[in-house]
Design a protein around this ligand. Structure first.
Ligand SMILES: [Zn+2]
Length: 73
């Protein structure tokens, strides 16, 4: 009886594998957090907030965090 059950289960697994079934993938291990962005930071000349240079707006050699602050300067 038990042997028959085991053989049935094995047959089911073999059939599923033949049909392309794969056991659910293990959740990948938690990856280490990405390194902090170390790009150059610039300071808004208006509100003094620091932001990445790539996101800052420049005018007259000064950096600004947004159009409002740039235009208000
Ligand atoms: Zn600002």
């Amino acid at each position: 009886m038990l042997l028959r059950l085991l053989l049935t289960l094995i047959a089911i697994v073999v059939l599923l594998r033949l049909l392309g079934w794969r056991p659910p993938a293990q959740r990948p291990r938690d990856l280490p957090p990405p390194p902090p962005q170390t790009g150059d930071l610039v300071q808004c000349a208006r509100c003094a907030v620091y932001l990445p240079r790539a996101q800052a707006l420049a005018r007259d050699g000064l950096w600004y965090c947004c159009h409002d602050h740039r235009d208000a300067a």
